[in-house]
Design a protein around this ligand. Structure first.
Ligand code: GLA
Length: 390
């Protein structure tokens, strides 16, 4: 957790004035435990909020301007609340700008301007949702301080729309939803089509969740992500011959897809569809296993999920595969998989507490030997969704 006294100092240094009227909000990052590339197909995901994320210090000012600054980036700026436009050179500031724009488009009046200082603890580009965390904390703080309701489902939706429309990233709802609605020690079983969700206690007994960062820059992730989305849409089109009402792959059972496989002509498109439909089924089975305290099965489903993302959906890549392979070879590891969009980013493993040190040493060493890259590890606890700290 960030040191708020120190951040207050930094805030006052940057903006001047006094600490009176300064508010502090926090939104976490997220790790997805299982259910990958299912959200935009209207299926299940099973993410959890992390204990680290983005801390926002915010204070009202006397005009209709926004001051934007971050402890992570040199770039800072000041802009008018009204008439916000996307500018490439505004870099990270386009995330809060998108939220202000989206709030106004939805009719949430922002009567006053604010100064904001962000402090991010999520490594950028690691696939742990640093952008969703910035978006959600900004929306929550601005709504709350402007006297509007802070409905965290609505916040997730408007943050996703802002990322889709303002920032041009066609992500699904999982990241913003998890960051907005997470709960300490719980994972979220979310049906992305209806947004019906259940907080499931994550009782992992003597096992820990260990995140491994490949520190591989996720190049080309946007174009490959969009390509996967179109392939899923293609599968839906092909299957309409049998299911005229079909709009999303998540509406099909594994059996229905199998029975109609002949309708999908492109084998690559069939592989993508198989991953999606089987992964959704796996989420349901893995949550049942977790509820029955059957961590061994839960770990096995994690492994199956990764293998399917590697072989059928083809979004893993050498670095993630190397890390997962080393992880699974450590005694006391029940399961290991990539988490997030893929093509680099992080893995998540379920590791016995007595094996965590060996895990970090051994996987780090083997991963470096295989890829030449230095891994980083976080033994993580599950934290709360967005909240006001002060
Ligand atoms: C990224 C997107 C999510 C989701 C995952 C893959 O994190 O932002 O919406 O699609 O990839 O599961």
């Amino acid at each position: 957790m960030a040191n708020i006294e120190q951040l207050t100092e930094q805030f006052l240094q940057h903006y001047g004035g006094v600490a009176d009227g300064l508010h502090v909000f926090h939104a976490p990052g997220r790790v997805n435990l299982i259910g990958e590339h299912t959200d935009y197909n209207g299926g299940y995901v099973f993410p959890a909020a992390l204990t680290f994320g983005t801390t926002l210090l915010i204070r009202e000012r006397g005009d209709r301007k926004l001051g934007l600054a971050s402890t992570n980036f040199e770039l800072a700026g000041e802009l008018e609340i009204d008439g916000i436009v996307y500018k490439e050179e505004d870099d990270w500031m386009n995330y809060p700008k998108g939220i202000v724009n989206e709030l106004q488009q939805r009719g949430y009046a922002l009567p006053a301007g604010f100064d904001l200082l962000y402090h991010g603890e999520i490594p950028n580009g690691s696939g742990l949702s640093s952008s969703a965390s910035i978006e959600v904390v900004t929306a929550y703080a601005l709504l709350s301080l402007s006297g509007h309701p802070t409905d965290t489902v609505e916040i997730a939706l408007l943050a996703q729309r802002s990322e889709n429309e303002f920032n041009g990233v066609k992500c699904g709802i999982m990241d913003q939803f998890a960051v907005a609605n997470g709960k300490k020690d719980h994972a979220i079983l979310l049906m992305c089509d209806t947004l019906a969700y259940e907080l499931v206690p994550f009782n992992s007994g003597s096992y820990r969740l260990v995140i491994g960062n490949t520190n591989k820059r996720r190049g080309l992730v946007d174009s490959k992500y969009n390509e996967r989305r179109s392939q899923c849409e293609q599968a839906v089109q092909d299957l309409k011959a049998a299911f005229p009402e079909l709009t999303l792959l998540g509406q099909l059972t594994v059996q229905q897809l199998q029975d109609n496989a002949h309708l999908i002509k492109d084998p690559l498109v069939m592989n993508r569809a198989r991953h999606v439909v089987e992964e959704i089924d796996r989420v349901v089975r893995s949550v049942d296993a977790l509820k029955a305290d059957d961590l061994i099965s839960f770990g096995r489903y994690m492994n199956e999920s990764h293998d399917s993302l590697r072989d059928l959906y083809e979004v893993t890549g050498d670095e993630l595969d190397a890390m997962v392979e080393s992880a699974r070879a450590v005694p006391g590891v029940l399961g290991s998989r990539m988490t997030g969009a893929g093509f680099g980013g992080c893995t998540v493993s379920l590791v016995h507490e007595d094996s965590v040190d060996t895990f970090i040493a051994q996987v780090g060493e083997q991963y470096k030997a295989a890829t030449g890259l230095e891994a980083s590890f976080y033994v993580c606890s599950i934290g709360n969704g967005v909240e006001q700290l002060r």
